[in-house]
Design a protein around this ligand. Structure first.
Ligand code: S3P
Length: 428
């Protein structure tokens, strides 16, 4: 087990960072969606991390020819997807497993998706059940609740499906299935979840439209899509660890360069601003999504905040936000965030366990928690194999030295995380 020690530092830092990991959600989608074209997709700044490389390997097993030159990749799709002669390993990635389930359900062949020990315990019924309802032959352990998932792809029926969870992974799986159904399908979610799938597929020529009545209309594909030609922006969820570092270190500032500013992805920055940090968004271009820089500046002690809405838009940043809440003045409350329980770890219990070890008082609830701001004490914390928990406590180490157990998981999303952190403080 890899253990890292991050040392306390009160030294101010001010820098521009252009090496935040490329966006994970978009990189996964690049690997998968390129299979829906008949021409070569060109992707710059693809995330070379375990999760997204797993999606790329699966694309290869399905017949794509992939050229990799550092983070520039070209994906030449096969004429017809190949039935792979082995299982498809999604690693730690829920996005990989759920989106590939929807995509492969509509293609002829037998496909078996599996993942690491964490992914094999995460709920898959949320995609398997609606896919079964539209005629997919798909199964998993515990009657389709858990991976490995076995798919015998084929014809799919059009659907009208109202989702029970605000999940971009469920929405994307159903959109991908809808592209292969024999007529128009409709999908509805109560709150918009991240919309990279709709933006990217429409950019490739698909027809997915949000109607005035709130339903998303998905027209089936009549011909292969145009290839992707994209530079993946930096990942705001990865950048957020350094946003918190800057917001809690006196006289510090950081500019995160070329990040996606998609509104469904930057809500945590809005909350950090509400807590008192000085934050500015500088939009520079629009390539499938708005892209630009985010400047975060220390602006005095943070104050407690209540987070209860737009949860799907900041669910991935709640662990890092918990560190900001732990050092803020007063109490912070997180509600309506039960989804945290089924992420890479049960993030309500793993984050609160870490905070409690650091001497922070918390109250655990089924769908969230209260954090009573105070002084972080040095501690040894467990990541529970969850990359975002590991990185959050590494940032806490800037305030009070931390030992973090089991940090290898960081390689699933942000392999150069410690390199950037070393510019701020000592890491061993
Ligand atoms: C993701 C969607 C979110 C998010 C995950 C990535 C995606 O999950 O937490 O890290 O790329 O679609 P849910 O769809 O389960 O909310």
């Amino acid at each position: 087990m890899r253990i890292v020690k991050v040392f306390k530092s009160s030294k101010a830092f001010n820098f521009e960072c252009d090496s935040i990991a490329p966006d994970k959600s978009i990189s996964h989608r690049c690997a998968m969606f390129s299979l829906l074209s008949d021409k070569t997709s060109t992707i710059d700044n693809f995330l070379l991390a375990e999760d997204t490389l797993a999606s790329l390997s699966i694309a290869k097993q399905l017949g794509a020819k992939v050229k990799i030159d550092k983070s520039h990749i070209e994906i030449n799709p096969p004429k017809e997807l190949i039935e792979p002669n082995n299982i498809l390993d999604c690693g730690n990635a829920g996005t990989g497993m759920r989106l590939y389930s929807g995509l492969l359900a509509g293609f002829d062949g037998l496909f078996i998706l599996t993942g690491d020990k964490y992914l094999r315990e995460r709920p898959m019924g949320r995609v398997i059940k609606p896919l079964r309802d539209i005629g997919a032959r798909i199964d998993g352990r515990e009657d389709g609740q858990l991976a490995p998932i076995v798919i015998r792809g084929g014809k799919l029926k059009p659907f009208r499906y109202k989702s029970l969870v605000a999940s971009a992974q469920v929405k994307s799986a159903l959109i991908l299935a809808g592209l292969k159904a024999y007529s128009k399908s409709y999908y509805r979610e109560d709150r918009l979840s991240r919309d990279h799938t709709e933006r990217m597929l429409n950019g490739m020529g698909a027809n997915i439209n949000l109607l005035d009545n709130g339903w998303l209309e998905i027209k089936p594909l009549k011909k292969p899509l145009n290839p992707l030609n994209i530079r993946v922006p930096a990942d705001p969820s990865s950048g957020f660890f350094f946003a918190v570092a800057s917001a809690i270190t006196p006289n510090s500032s950081i500019i995160l360069k070329d990040v996606t500013l998609n509104p469904t992805r930057v809500e945590a920055y809005r909350v950090l601003k509400e807590m008192g940090a000085d934050i500015e968004f500088i939009e520079k271009e629009n390539l499938y999504e708005p892209i630009g820089d985010i400047s975060i500046r220390y602006n005095g002690e943070l104050k407690g905040v209540t987070v209860s809405r737009n949860i799907a838009w900041l669910i991935d940043e709640l662990p890092a936000l918990a560190i900001a809440m732990a050092v803020a003045k007063g109490e912070s409350i997180v509600k309506n965030a039960k989804e945290l329980r089924v992420k890479e770890s049960d993030r309500i219990s793993s984050v609160l366990d870490g905070l409690n070890r650091c001497g922070i008082k918390t109250i655990e609830r089924d769908d969230g928690y209260d954090i009573i701001g105070g002084e972080l004490k040095s501690a040894r914390v467990n990541s529970y194999g969850d990359h975002r928990v590991a990185m959050s406590f590494a940032i806490a180490g800037i305030k009070s030295s931390m030992e973090i157990e089991d940090v290898a998981c960081i390689d699933t999303s942000f392999p150069n995380f410690f390199e950037i952190l070393s510019e701020i403080t000592e890491v061993k």
